[in-house]
Design a binder for this molecule. Structure first.
Ligand SMILES: [Zn+2]
Length: 708
């Protein structure tokens, strides 16, 4: 077989990153889209009864080629961004979006899936393939495919309006955030604010040829002021500005009507349209639509879950607040805590109680100890081995996008290669912020024409933004990670293992594919727990100068600080989740009760902190009005319960096990029942198969220090 000259059209192995340049992108994407269109056209017009082989498989193959090629482009755009690449990326993005949008609206493909579902072949399909067909049918229905044409018109119109309203919501919020700034000239008024924050604020002022410091409502400026500024009036001013963004109190100067930033009318309209959409699809409310593809089965179940968690957490939140009030009154001369005092007093209390710094901890976590330590842990848990990949594979040199990147191979107990992953850890200018895992190639079984089959080995990207190695006095020192960065690394590696240790043969439900949205964080949050295990940490720490592993006393302080104010934090998350669920379940957007009254009611039920009357938090709740979290905010807590409870079994089994939580038997069970199964069966079934029962919240409460 010839190697294609356009590296993006080569699907024979690992991506050829060093050969890809921007001129390859548009021709490859155009060729693949047009090829896919003609394949799909052929399938659509095939008069035969659809079968897996004649209908589903060719579509999966075609889509895989496009998504692998585009995946390489998006990956490079995220980790090696240049103006040229960004331009080509943005030019091709609408083509991709449109291609998939048309596919999801295709009536004839929907009919074919229905025929396959009704055919005799369906009963013979593997559970994974059955699940894929059911998922397709569900998604077509949720996309309005089953509606009569007149209602379909309305449905599409609603979706169009909703997407415009969401984008307007985000624009208003961004404009309102950007429009505010506060200039302070008197140095007495900025006492307590950290040096680096002041430095940035001074630069902002200098840019406008002004003296003093310019503060904004962006997080890196707003948050440290709330936490550190001694100046109470400054904190209050900033708080007021922050929590009235995009509300009736916050309009562009000297303009009226046309440029209105108030998000409240948009919220009402969004809720009305979501309700109408739900009714069109035959559901009672939008919450049911949102849950149709999630692990939680119905809104009532989510409300009960949140209610129970709130009841358990609230006494701890009350205790947290009481401690804070007492400390503030005695040590800070703040007898009455206002909303803008809480982060400030909390930070002071945290420092008084747990005197250690991130810098101090960081000295114990060099990369050359952390990464091997993490690998050693999962090698023990899952009976695998992880080794740096050979630089030559199948006669071809492995190609990287940057010299910092490394490739690792995973072998199972019998020595077979089962997965590979790239690690790209350090921040650089060309890389998008944050940390993430992404699949480059997904596992699947490919049947050969001559009979037999091959397994396509999954490949993942692990990307972080940590600070890299530094050279001091000409000596190279390894990168040092904060404990929080180590947690981030474990989290993303957990997603990676979900993608890499799958045993599913069909692409659409292998690894993370097809996993319910409220369960997808289980394997990642699960991994975080190990970062709080003494036995794990002693193996993966070594002071950069003294060579000592993490001292027990420092670890104990870290552990105590971990649960600082966990009660207050938990009820706050529950407040948002309950508000979101009620809004989309039993709140009437046409009724007398306002959105603000609803959030007040929720607060009366679960909160311990009550903000001032002018607080317009809903107007900036972009997760649910400007993003994809509507009737889904509960997922954060839901997945935490799953991951904590799964980890609970390791803790239980550790009691009579010499290797403690690093137990290969429990690990293999986790690997087989959860990681290996991917989206091939409902997440609840996988969980029960692993845990032996349905999820319970005790472990989460215990991990948060909420036990009597
Ligand atoms: Zn995650």
């Amino acid at each position: 077989m010839n190697t294609p000259s356009n590296p993006l059209l080569d699907f024979s192995g690992l991506p050829r990153f060093e050969e890809i340049n921007t001129t390859h992108i548009t021709p490859a994407i155009e060729a693949l889209i047009s090829e896919n269109k003609s394949i799909i056209d052929g399938i659509r017009n095939d008069p035969q009864t659809p079968t897996w082989q004649s209908f589903v498989q060719p579509m999966v193959d075609a889509n895989e080629r496009l998504s692998r090629a585009w995946g390489q482009v998006s990956h490079l755009n995220a980790v090696m961004n240049t103006p040229e690449l960004r331009e080509v990326y943005n030019k091709n993005l609408p083509l991709i979006t449109q291609f998939y949008a048309e596919l999801s609206q295709d009536q004839r493909l929907f009919e074919k899936f229905k025929q396959l579902r009704a055919s005799a072949e369906f009963d013979m399909l593997s559970p994974a393939r059955k699940k894929i067909v059911e998922n397709e049918l569900r998604d077509f229905r949720l996309g309005g495919a089953e509606l009569p044409s007149e209602k379909k018109q309305r449905f599409l119109k609603i979706q169009e309006n909703l997407s415009a309203l969401s984008s307007k919501f985000n624009d208003n919020l961004l404009d309102a955030t950007n429009a505010f700034s506060l200039l302070i000239e008197d140095s007495d008024e900025v006492t307590g604010i950290p040096e680096d924050v002041l430095h940035t604020a001074r630069q902002l002022a200098e840019k406008e040829s002004k003296k003093g410091w310019k503060f904004t409502l962006h997080m890196p400026s707003y948050l440290p002021i709330q936490q550190y500024a001694e100046n109470r009036t400054l904190r209050e001013k900033m708080y007021h500005a922050f929590y009235t963004r995009a509300s009736e109190f916050n309009q562009p100067d000297g303009e009226s009507g046309e440029k209105n930033w108030d998000n409240m009318p948009l919220i009402s309209r969004i809720l009305e349209l979501r309700e109408e959409e739900a009714k069109l699809l035959g559901y009672q409310n939008y919450a049911e639509v949102s849950l149709a593809a999630k692990m939680a089965s119905e809104p009532r179940q989510v409300l009960d879950f949140l209610g129970e968690l709130a009841a358990k957490a609230k006494p701890y939140a009350e205790r947290d607040l009481q401690e804070l009030q007492q400390f503030a009154a005695e040590s800070l001369n703040l007898p009455k805590l206002e909303a803008w005092d809480i982060p400030y007093a909390s930070e002071k209390l945290r420092q008084a109680r747990y005197a250690f710094s991130d810098q101090e901890v960081k000295q114990y976590f060099p990369e050359d100890k952390v990464l091997p330590g993490m690998f050693k842990l999962v090698e023990a848990l899952y009976r695998i081995s992880i080794v740096p990949a050979d630089s030559i594979e199948l006669g071809q040199t492995v190609q990287y996008w940057h010299s910092d990147v490394k490739l690792f191979d995973i072998f199972d107990a019998s020595g077979d290669l089962i997965g590979r992953f790239y690690v790209d850890l350090y921040a650089r200018e060309t890389k998008r912020g944050g940390a993430w895992m992404d699949g480059a190639i997904a596992r699947r079984r490919i049947d050969c024409e001559q009979g037999g089959h091959v397994v396509q080995i999954p490949v993942a990207y692990l990307t972080c933004n940590f600070s890299g190695p530094v050279s001091i006095n000409g000596q190279q020192r390894p990168a040092l990670f904060t404990h929080n960065e180590v947690i981030v690394l474990f989290h993303e590696f957990g997603h990676g293992l979900h993608h890499l240790l799958t045993q599913v043969d069909d692409l659409s439900v292998s690894g993370i594919n097809g996993v319910e949205w409220d369960a997808v964080e289980l394997p990642s949050q699960f991994m975080e727990n190990f970062c709080w295990e003494w036995d794990v940490l002693t193996e993966m720490t070594q002071h950069i100068d003294t060579g000592e592993s993490l001292p027990r006393a420092l670890f104990d302080k870290m552990l105590a600080a971990k649960n600082f104010q966990s009660g207050m934090q938990m009820v706050r998350q529950i407040e948002f989740a309950l508000f979101d669920m009620h809004l989309h379940y039993d709140f009437d957007p046409h009724g007398d009760k306002s959105v603000l009254q609803l959030i007040d009611e929720v607060r009366q039920e679960v909160a311990v902190i009550f903000p001032p009357a002018y607080n317009r938090f809903p107007n900036s709740f972009a997760h649910i009005f400007g993003g994809g979290y509507a009737a889904g905010y509960y997922s954060y807590k839901w997945a935490e319960v799953l991951s904590a409870d799964a980890y609970g079994l390791f803790e239980e089994n550790a009691l009579n096990n010499p290797s403690g939580v690093m137990d290969a038997d429990t690990g293999s069970r986790f690997r087989d029942e959860i990681l290996a199964m991917g989206g091939s069966r409902p997440a609840l079934e996988s969980f029960v198969a692993f845990r032996g029962r349905e999820p319970q919240m005790d472990a989460l409460l215990r991990h948060n220090g909420m036990t009597a």
